[in-house]
Design a protein around this ligand. Structure first.
Ligand SMILES: Nc1nc2c(c(=O)[nH]1)N[C@H]1C(S)=C(S)[C@@H](COP(=O)(O)OP(=O)(O)OC[C@H]3O[C@@H](n4cnc5c(=O)[nH]c(N)nc54)[C@H](O)[C@@H]3O)O[C@H]1N2
Ligand SMILES: Nc1nc2c(c(=O)[nH]1)N[C@H]1C(S)=C(S)[C@@H](COP(=O)(O)OP(=O)(O)OC[C@H]3O[C@@H](n4cnc5c(=O)[nH]c(N)nc54)[C@H](O)[C@@H]3O)O[C@H]1N2
Ligand code: SF4
Ligand SMILES: [Mo]
Length: 768
């Protein structure tokens, strides 16, 4: 029992979500007669520590009790994608899956099983589909994808500059109290949550005297509520503006040469590029103005201001990197931060776009190990390697999953897919070219399993859909996203709906039918307790009735991060949260900068690599070893603009977590799904506010209402990602999923290029 009932029979359960939402906020569920009747947020009295929930969890009752939540196993009862399903028993679902699994492995081998997971759930026990990976590994393994759909551009940029394995490039948010200037470059934390309370600290820093500048094609929510200056920029051109800033900083001798000499590698190559010694073109503000659409004087002034204000925090993110230019924008930001000596210093920033700090990420050593995937021969070691193409011989890039399902070996992919299993993701909706994804999923000879909470666009194409419990019906440990410092503890608040089961239970029950031994949580616990060091835990575990609670208690001892930080587990569980007290704000790479001799960067040179010899060795002109501006496909120079003159950007929705929460009426009402378009683009097309428009390119067409606004620059339209793909009989996507329009391509650095996309917009005559 987590808490006592009060006189009215209401008990309060403290928990949190495990969404891929950018935050992690304590929630208090008020429960009466087994039902959540009210939801409140954190009640911490210290206003700087209070972790404020956003509109999404404040609407969570509608998510938990929504009539469309899946409650029973389903099997397909019509053509794939028709949405026709019929209820079946768990026995029938299991028998069908077991039969198909055995048949597929026998006839085609394990490589023909494609298992794909996404980031839909950040929990240590139930998270990221590990249970199914374990199950499939026990049967001899599976094929899968490589590359992070979300952040591969930023990961590439970070690791090329700071070294393989580096992901924590953020400072604690309260470190902004040490800064004088914050530049949000392609980053909009007032809308897109980037760590709970990021906006709180941004406003506090502003009140403390810091100037805030936003560089974004849109007058973003951050520009609206926090900025002193908005610099609109043409999408995909950031590295050109960065080079021009570097040009001004060098010409005016405003750079920190000492920092560059001591801590960086290959800056001379970048200097040659920006000064025009390499190609005869000095990268002046005038040169950049023509590319970026930002006035030369604005670029020059910003360069001076950034270089002379000490310290200054340039904050890049992942959005602009999720494009055909991949991580070059993050590499450019890192270069500027190095030139101004802001890396590893309080009030500065390391850039790289990932924002995380290494506290509260308690997944280390705490998940049930998934076992070894033996479907593929052991490849060469990829350690220290950032080249995404080296993974190609056994895996498929994440943004090419459906192309691989469609074309298989004859299309040059390493396998033919016969059995597809999608868990904790909605990839028909969330990766590029949804019409192609739908076509691939409609292949009649493909058998597809989707465990889900909703009949998502991906589940619509499944042969078997399994109903899964949500975070309110099971206990788990979770982590802040991306920064902490704290650990979250989710407590089971209500019983599962209908016949829903935990993913882990589904995997266990399938394992039993497949004759796999030592798979169940009970069996694993028994084995662990044989270890003399863990044996004394037995008495403690006996206190918990719920198998998940037992597991978590044991994992909390086994997982190093939790063990070292959480001294009072019962308090942690009861409060749903454990805060880590840091003596001072965390500053990324401070250790390396304070003593580079003792703490070199894990790069080949031991320094921050402005120039990467590793990338240079690939000899790829569109993936240069320094942060060069390279025009990409479907940018404004592409001849395709004749036909499709507008650039489409698809940022993350304030009211959803990607495609999750799409069905929540309160949220849809609060922020309707509409396309942002500038009056200069709307007027010649005779489009008025609220008119139904068709947005198209060669990959598809979506129907969406226009929101005419000067908050977006001419030549660019914006459709938030995550609306559900819903093609009508003519193939027009009435749900207006942005990925009906985007390309299933990767950048040279391995980013999913979802932000690079050209479209045309016209009025839909006669209305919807
Ligand atoms: N156009 C465009 N597309 C984008 C992006 C963009 O910026 N623009 N952003 C990209 C980014 S950053 C990301 S991270 C991806 C996200 O892509 P996905 O990970 O596919 O995103 P979600 O829509 O959150 O889908 C998660 C699904 O998991 C389900 N789920 C949640 N918890 C559980 C569970 O415990 N068990 C099971 N079995 N299922 C569960 C949810 O119901 C939901 O349907 O989208 C990418 N797509
Ligand atoms: N509310 C909410 N918060 C979330 C999520 C969510 O789904 N909803 N998802 C979480 C996840 S998984 C992730 S990965 C992060 C994603 O965080 P990001 O990937 O950083 O966010 P995006 O919303 O894709 O894009 C950020 C901004 O970049 C701008 N932009 C687009 N193209 C360009 C360009 O070429 N140059 C410049 N300078 N700006 C450009 C957009 O207008 C937008 O304002 O957010 C997390 N937080
Ligand atoms: S940031 Fe995430 S955990 Fe916090 S309230 Fe919003 S959706 Fe919930
Ligand atoms: Mo993401």
């Amino acid at each position: 029992m987590v808490s006592q009932e009060d006189d009215e029979g209401v008990k309060i359960v403290r928990t949190t979500s495990a969404f891929d939402c950018g935050g992690r906020c304590p929630l208090r569920f008020h429960i009466k007669d087994g039902k959540i009747i009210r939801v409140e947020g954190d009640d911490s009295a210290d206003s700087d520590k209070q972790l404020r929930a956003c509109l999404r969890c404040r609407s969570i009752r509608q998510y938990i009790y929504h009539p469309e939540r899946l409650r029973y196993p389903l099997k397909r009862a019509g053509p794939k994608g028709s949405g026709k399903f019929e209820r079946i028993s768990w026995d029938e679902a299991y028998d069908t899956i077991v039969k198909k699994l055995k048949e597929t492995i026998e006839k085609y081998g394990n490589q023909s099983i494609l298992y794909i997971t996404g980031g839909g759930y950040f929990g240590a026990l139930h998270g990221a589909g590990v249970a199914y990976a374990r199950l499939l590994n026990s049967l001899g393994g599976y094929s899968t994808s490589y590359g992070n759909i979300s952040s591969q551009g930023a990961i590439f940029g970070t690791q090329a500059s700071y070294g393989f394995g580096q992901i924590f490039v953020g400072n604690s948010r309260e470190d902004w109290m040490n800064t004088k200037l914050i530049i949000c470059w392609g980053w909009d934390p007032a809308r897109q949550i980037s760590g709970t309370n990021t906006l709180w600290w941004l406003i506090k820093a502003k009140e403390n005297g810091a100037k805030v500048i936003v560089i974004d094609p849109r007058y973003s929510d951050t520009a609206l509520v926090a900025a002193d200056q908005w610099i609109p920029i043409i999408p995909g051109t950031d590295t050109a503006m960065m080079a021009a800033m570097a040009n001004v900083i060098l010409r005016e001798n405003l750079h920190d040469q000492e920092f560059l000499d001591k801590y960086t590698h290959g800056f001379d190559k970048y200097r040659e590029y920006v000064m025009g010694e390499e190609d005869g073109i000095p990268k002046t503000p005038e040169w950049a103005e023509k590319i970026c659409g930002v006035k030369a004087s604005v670029i020059a002034d910003l360069a001076r201001e950034y270089a002379t204000t000490k310290p200054a925090a340039l904050e890049d993110c992942q959005g602009p990197a999720r494009s055909a230019m991949g991580g070059q924008y993050n590499r450019g930001a890192i270069t500027l931060s190095a030139m101004t000596g802001n890396i590893g210093k309080p009030g500065g920033s390391a850039c790289g776009g990932l924002h995380g700090i290494p506290y509260g990420h308690m997944f280390r050593g705490i998940m049930i190990p998934p076992g070894r995937n033996t479907a593929w021969p052991k490849g060469k070691s990829l350690r220290g390697n950032i080249n995404p193409r080296d993974r190609l011989d056994t895996r498929v890039h994440v943004n090419k999953i459906f192309d691989a399902i469609l074309h298989g070996k004859s299309g040059g992919y390493p396998f033919d897919v016969k059995f597809a299993w999608f868990a904790v993701c909605d990839f028909v909706n969330q990766i590029g070219n949804a019409n192609k994804s739908a076509k691939a999923m409609s292949r009649e000879d493909l058998f597809t399993v989707v465990p889900e909470l909703w009949l998502t666009p991906t589940a619509q194409y499944a042969d078997i859909v399994l109903p899964v419990t949500g975070f309110s019906s099971r206990s788990d440990l979770t982590r802040p996203w991306p920064s902490g410092p704290y650990f979250g503890h989710m407590n089971k608040a209500i019983e599962p709906m209908g016949e829903c089961k935990d993913d882990i239970q589904i995997a266990e029950e399938l394992a039993e039918r497949l004759g796999i031994k030592n798979f169940k949580r009970e069996e694993l616990i028994e084995q662990y307790l044989k270890n003399p060091q863990l044996a004394p835990m037995k008495g403690i575990l006996d206190k918990y009735d719920d198998i998940n609670d037992k597991w978590l208690r044991l994992l909390a001892v086994m997982g190093q991060d939790v063990r070292e930080n959480v001294k009072d587990y019962d308090k942690y569980k009861k409060e749903g949260l454990h805060r880590i007290e840091l003596k001072e704000p965390y500053v990324a790479f401070k250790k390396n900068i304070d003593d580079i001799e003792k703490n070199p960067f894990p790069t080949p040179s031991g320094k921050i690599e402005i120039y990467s010899d590793q990338i240079a060795s690939w000899n790829n002109p569109i993936c240069p070893p320094i942060a060069k501006y390279v025009p990409t496909w479907e940018n404004r120079d592409d001849p395709l603009v004749e036909k499709y003159p507008l650039q489409l950007i698809s940022p993350h929705p304030r009211q959803r977590v990607h495609s999750e929460l799409y069905k929540i009426e309160w949220l849809m009402e609060a922020i309707p799904h509409r396309m942002w378009i500038n009056p200069a683009d709307a007027e010649p097309r005779d489009i008025r506010n609220g008119d139904m428009c068709l947005v198209s390119n060669d990959r598809g067409t979506v129907a969406i209402e226009a929101f005419i606004t000067r908050r977006i620059i001419p030549g660019v339209v914006c459709i938030y990602e995550g609306a559900w793909y819903d093609p009508d009989e003519k193939g027009i996507d009435r749900g207006a999923c942005a990925n009906t329009l985007t390309k299933d391509a990767m950048s040279e650095g391995g980013a999913a290029a979802l932000k690079t996309c050209l479209v045309q917009v016209k009025l839909e005559k006669g209305g919807a």
